[in-house]
Design a protein around this ligand. Structure first.
Ligand SMILES: Nc1ncnc2c1ncn2[C@@H]1O[C@H](COP(=O)(O)OP(=O)(O)OP(=O)(O)O)[C@@H](O)[C@H]1O
Ligand SMILES: [Mg+2]
Length: 479
């Protein structure tokens, strides 16, 4: 497995890069090099590394910046600083901002080897811990960094949290993370799909029942509230609760006690309520289909999970992690995504979000025969019309065509400033692909101008990775 581990080397001196590459390659590691901070950032955004070695003084800034960035954005990745001989201050600074160690120039190969071994061991341990928590909320996009920070804050409170977001964005994972990071982590986490319980059984499911309280109640049965006592009750698909049940739930939440069906007295319960839906609950309140008082009670803190298309740059990382997890379960080495596959994923809108990405990769894994997944292995749903594989595609809702175009155009789902706001459906006469390419070309050229042809900034503004931009420039014949 050592041959799959890779190290990012950041140094502006060619000779040092060469020395490090040679030494690490002999240790069976893969290496990539960057001469500047900017180049390092690009690489970090498009791949995962097991270790980063960075020089202190770089042409476009300080290696300390990179150390700080890596330790906050990629906390699982050890980073070490290469410092000038005798520069104790620099070494101390590096450790303070999150480097795990430093090595001084001229680099002693034995010291370097020892450091690399330790770093990789550190990374392995972090990875094992991550695996134990099975899935963590991954992503380094601004949207995900903000979300994780918010979660860390709300985890410390006991207030009810209402989680909103499209299907498959990770609402349940967010709820589990809030629970796991909070004071109730050692208590139970009880998820309930409110849409899956038959109405007539609901009260007994939530509050439990006494033996003989109704036909079929053969014994005392505790309800979900009792099961979650001391922990968290997660009301998933909360919009599906029938109105009469909403009244009872409100009471339970307000009074912190419940009465099992057929029981003479109420019992106290101590649960934290988290809830989620992909629906617009405030709209349902306006329509009179959800009680305002319950909405008010469960929505003390509101948290919205961004759709995948608004998490610019997260796709390679997420895909890697998902492929690794799926392959591990199948006891085979994890394949890598070819450049054209990454570009194709980045151009696709993912109406079904992370869950859809998982489905697509699972199918691709079954189809791909080598250790490479190409764009054609992905079988992404194609624009309307002529695809029979579309039926097998896990697209959830909305036309993949519309979202796909949207994604290609805008940063995180927002349209560019000069959108020729024409519906693609009104274009009978123009061949669809060339119509889309025209719009893409216009949007990219405008963004390029606005950012003085700085490709990194342009890609960020368009909400796509540098790699995707490079791919599009080539494909669209833009110089
Ligand atoms: N940021 C993320 N990092 C890693 N995995 C994620 C992330 N977000 C979602 N997932 C994974 O995607 C899948 C869907 O997530 P989850 O079930 O939490 O979504 P949901 O919003 O509850 O979906 P639905 O609306 O379909 O119920 C899960 O397997 C989850 O582990
Ligand atoms: Mg869910």
């Amino acid at each position: 497995m050592s041959d799959t581990r890779s190290v990012l080397i950041v140094d502006d001196e060619h000779d040092i890069r060469e020395l490090l590459v040679l030494t690490l390659s002999r240790m069976g590691l893969r290496t990539e090099t960057a001469p500047t901070l900017a180049a390092a950032r690009e690489l970090l955004a498009s791949a995962t590394y097991d270790l980063c070695l960075t020089d202190m003084r770089l042409p476009d800034g300080s290696g300390l910046e990179l150390v700080a960035e890596i330790s906050t954005r990629y906390p699982g990745m050890p980073v070490a600083m290469i410092t000038a001989y005798g520069n104790v201050e620099a070494a101390v600074e590096a450790l303070k901002v999150g480097a795990f160690d430093f090595v001084s120039k001229p680099v002693d190969i034995h010291v370097l080897r020892g450091l690399v071994r330790q770093a990789l061991e550190l990374g392995e341990r972090a990875k094992r811990e991550t695996d134990e928590h099975s899935s963590r909320l991954l992503g380094t996009s601004d949207a995900m960094v903000t979300l994780r920070n918010t979660i860390a804050k709300v985890a410390r409170s006991q207030a009810p949290v209402f989680i909103n977001g499209e299907s498959g964005t990770g609402k349940e994972l967010v709820a589990r993370t809030i629970h796991a990071q909070g004071a109730r982590a050692n208590g139970p986490f009880v998820p309930v799909n409110c849409g899956a319980i038959p109405t007539e059984l609901m009260e007994s499911e939530f509050f439990g029942h006494k033996k003989g309280s109704f036909t079929g109640a053969h014994s005392d049965k505790p309800g979900l509230f009792q099961a979650a006592d001391g922990g968290t009750l997660f009301l998933d698909e909360v919009a599906e609760l029938p109105l009469p049940m909403q009244v009872k739930l409100l009471r339970a939440i307000q009074e912190k006690c419940i009465r099992p069906v057929g029981a003479p007295a109420e019992v106290q319960v101590d649960v934290r309520i988290l809830s989620a839906t992909h629906k617009d609950l405030s709209q349902l309140v306006n329509d009179g289909r959800f009680r305002h008082d319950l909405y008010y009670r469960i929505n003390v803190i509101g948290l919205s999970v961004p759709p995948l298309r608004a998490r610019a740059g997260d796709l390679p990382l997420l895909s890697d992690a998902i492929l690794r997890r799926l392959s591990q379960a199948m006891h085979r080495p994890a394949p890598t995504l070819a450049d054209d596959a990454v570009a194709a994923l980045e151009a696709y809108g993912f109406p079904g979000n992370v869950r859809e990405l998982e489905n697509i990769l699972e199918r691709a894994l079954a189809m791909a025969d080598g250790d490479h997944i190409t764009a054609s292995d992905l079988h992404l749903p194609t624009p309307r019309g002529h695809s029979s594989s579309n039926t097998a595609a896990p697209a959830v809702h909305a036309s993949p065509f519309v979202t796909g175009t949207h994604q290609a155009l805008g940063a995180g789902g927002t349209a560019p400033r000069d959108p020729r706001t024409v519906s693609p459906y009104e274009t009978a006469g123009t061949a669809l692909p060339s119509f889309i390419e025209d719009i893409e070309r216009a949007a990219i050229q405008q963004a390029l101008q606005e950012h003085r042809y700085n490709k990194t900034k342009t890609a960020a503004a368009l909400g796509i990775t540098f790699r995707a931009l490079r791919y599009k420039l080539k494909k669209l014949g833009i110089d």
